[in-house]
Design a protein around this ligand. Sequence first.
Ligand SMILES: *[C@@H]1O[C@H](CO)[C@@H](O)[C@H](O)[C@H]1NC(C)=O
Ligand SMILES: *[C@@H]1O[C@H](CO)[C@@H](O)[C@H](O)[C@H]1NC(C)=O
Ligand SMILES: *[C@@H]1O[C@H](CO)[C@@H](O)[C@H](O)[C@H]1NC(C)=O
Ligand SMILES: *[C@@H]1O[C@H](CO)[C@@H](O)[C@H](O)[C@H]1NC(C)=O
Ligand SMILES: *[C@@H]1O[C@H](CO)[C@@H](O)[C@H](O)[C@H]1NC(C)=O
Ligand SMILES: *[C@@H]1O[C@H](CO)[C@@H](O)[C@H](O)[C@H]1NC(C)=O
Ligand SMILES: *[C@@H]1O[C@H](CO)[C@@H](O)[C@H](O)[C@H]1NC(C)=O
Ligand SMILES: *[C@@H]1O[C@H](CO)[C@@H](O)[C@H](O)[C@H]1NC(C)=O
Ligand SMILES: *[C@@H]1O[C@H](CO)[C@@H](O)[C@H](O)[C@H]1NC(C)=O
Ligand SMILES: *[C@@H]1O[C@H](CO)[C@@H](O)[C@H](O)[C@H]1NC(C)=O
Ligand SMILES: *[C@@H]1O[C@H](CO)[C@@H](O)[C@H](O)[C@H]1NC(C)=O
Ligand SMILES: *[C@@H]1O[C@H](CO)[C@@H](O)[C@H](O)[C@H]1NC(C)=O
Length: 376
Amino acid sequence: MDIICFRLLSVLLLQCLMVSLTVIGSNLTTDQFALLSFKDHILDPHSFLSSNWSTNTSVCQWIGVSCTVRHGRVSVLDLSDMGLNGTIDPNIGNLSFLVSLNLSGNNFHGNLPKELVNLRRLKLIDLSYNTFNGEIPLWFGALDKVEYLVLSNNNFTGTIPKTLANMSNLETLDLGSNLIHGNIPYEIGDLQKLKIFFVQFNQLFGPVPSSIFNLSSLQSISLSYNTLSGSLPDDMCYHLPELEEFILTATIGISGFIPSSIGECSELQVFTLYKNRFSGIIPRSVGNLTRLKGLYLGENNLEGEIPLEIGNLRVLEIFVANNMRLNGSIPASIFNISSLKELYLYNNSLSDSSIALLPIQKAVFSIGYSILLSCD
Ligand SMILES: *[C@@H]1O[C@H](CO)[C@@H](O)[C@H](O)[C@H]1NC(C)=O
Ligand SMILES: *[C@@H]1O[C@H](CO)[C@@H](O)[C@H](O)[C@H]1NC(C)=O
Ligand SMILES: *[C@@H]1O[C@H](CO)[C@@H](O)[C@H](O)[C@H]1NC(C)=O
Ligand SMILES: *[C@@H]1O[C@H](CO)[C@@H](O)[C@H](O)[C@H]1NC(C)=O
Ligand SMILES: *[C@@H]1O[C@H](CO)[C@@H](O)[C@H](O)[C@H]1NC(C)=O
Ligand SMILES: *[C@@H]1O[C@H](CO)[C@@H](O)[C@H](O)[C@H]1NC(C)=O
Ligand SMILES: *[C@@H]1O[C@H](CO)[C@@H](O)[C@H](O)[C@H]1NC(C)=O
Ligand SMILES: *[C@@H]1O[C@H](CO)[C@@H](O)[C@H](O)[C@H]1NC(C)=O
Ligand SMILES: *[C@@H]1O[C@H](CO)[C@@H](O)[C@H](O)[C@H]1NC(C)=O
Ligand SMILES: *[C@@H]1O[C@H](CO)[C@@H](O)[C@H](O)[C@H]1NC(C)=O
Ligand SMILES: *[C@@H]1O[C@H](CO)[C@@H](O)[C@H](O)[C@H]1NC(C)=O
Ligand SMILES: *[C@@H]1O[C@H](CO)[C@@H](O)[C@H](O)[C@H]1NC(C)=O
């Protein structure tokens, strides 16, 4: 009886010990296992990981790895610019405390494994400058803590999934320089915290959804080099108090007028409509954009006179308005802008007489002046 009891007790104790060992052990080894498995799936031509990611030291001391203070679990994986070549191993989905994943500037390729969706603590994902392909996965929408999603300069295909609108904490969405086609989803306008929206150099088509111009947090937007169409809403700037950069170059199909509300985007520093099909005049309210450093309007169908108010742009450095149908004289106020470095007004119908008035002693006009002389 005593013996049976003792044996039962020791079995229980042993089991208890084993259970606790596995619990502790699994916490310690899950991350190590996931990282070693990740390493096994890549070539490491510069040997950043080969000797460093060794089981005789804690994963928290491995290069590119940082851990949480409390649990000693992997929270940051930054393997940017290491020349690594391979696919992402699905076991990376076991790094359940991961907050930041930066694999930028390597040769990772293939599809993103769906196990990444298990990383619910992720706030930062930077996979830029690799050769990932396949579609942008729908399950990104479930990663609702992510603030920073950068997938630019890859070979992602397919469309922009509507589910991205579920990433309600997103502040930066950079999908530039991929092979993405289709419309910009209206639902992007649900991302109330979005500050940066870059989709330049893709194959997007259709109109720019008006919902985007309701995102009062927007600071920088680039839609350049797509096949977009439609026009910009005239009241575009009534809800964009933070907008600093608006970049819309060479979209092939965007036409219509420059929004008359443009003067309300009072934080604008760069405004680019270069090489589209805008028509009508340059609105006077452009003169209210007193922080503007770059104004690129050239290669459109704009006509009429350059508004005198341009002279109010006291920090303007570059003004591009070549190859259009501008007429009248060049407002003398332009030459009062001491910050102006470059002025491109060639191939318009501007009257030459004003050139005689140029204060050519101002060195800042050295570039602009020679270009002005090639005026038609
Ligand atoms: C890691 O996750 C995979 C499923 O993605 C699972 O099969 C495996 O057992 C996990 N490994 C560890 C060590 O937890
Ligand atoms: C860990 O192992 C590596 C080789 O795998 C060796 O270079 C290194 O000196 C070892 N570090 C310690 C602390 O033992
Ligand atoms: C691994 O790299 C880290 C960061 O460079 C360094 O602190 C650590 O000592 C290295 N460990 C080994 C075993 O080389
Ligand atoms: C190990 O993991 C379990 C369950 O995930 C958790 O309750 C426990 O606190 C962890 N222990 C350590 C030392 O991290
Ligand atoms: C990722 O790493 C690269 C290279 O170190 C860096 O330039 C980039 O800012 C990092 N991404 C984020 C989101 O911090
Ligand atoms: C990556 O590795 C593969 C072999 O697995 C090789 O064919 C390819 O050229 C490598 N890519 C780069 C950019 O090094
Ligand atoms: C996005 O949210 C909607 C409703 O809130 C939900 O039905 C859908 O499953 C979510 N999608 C993802 C990918 O999380
Ligand atoms: C990525 O796409 C470009 C353009 O279509 C193509 O030239 C290149 O070969 C692709 N690279 C990879 C690794 O798929
Ligand atoms: C912009 O927001 C207002 C108020 O939040 C809403 O009534 C309007 O429909 C929105 N417009 C667009 C184009 O989403
Ligand atoms: C711009 O400035 C003019 C005065 O130059 C003012 O009448 C106008 O209300 C301002 N705002 C806009 C958006 O034009
Ligand atoms: C400039 O062109 C507009 C039509 O585009 C015309 O109405 C106006 O009279 C012209 N002004 C001058 C000074 O030629
Ligand atoms: C240029 O600036 C000076 C001094 O601020 C001012 O007196 C003059 O009227 C301005 N000229 C033009 C054409 O705006």
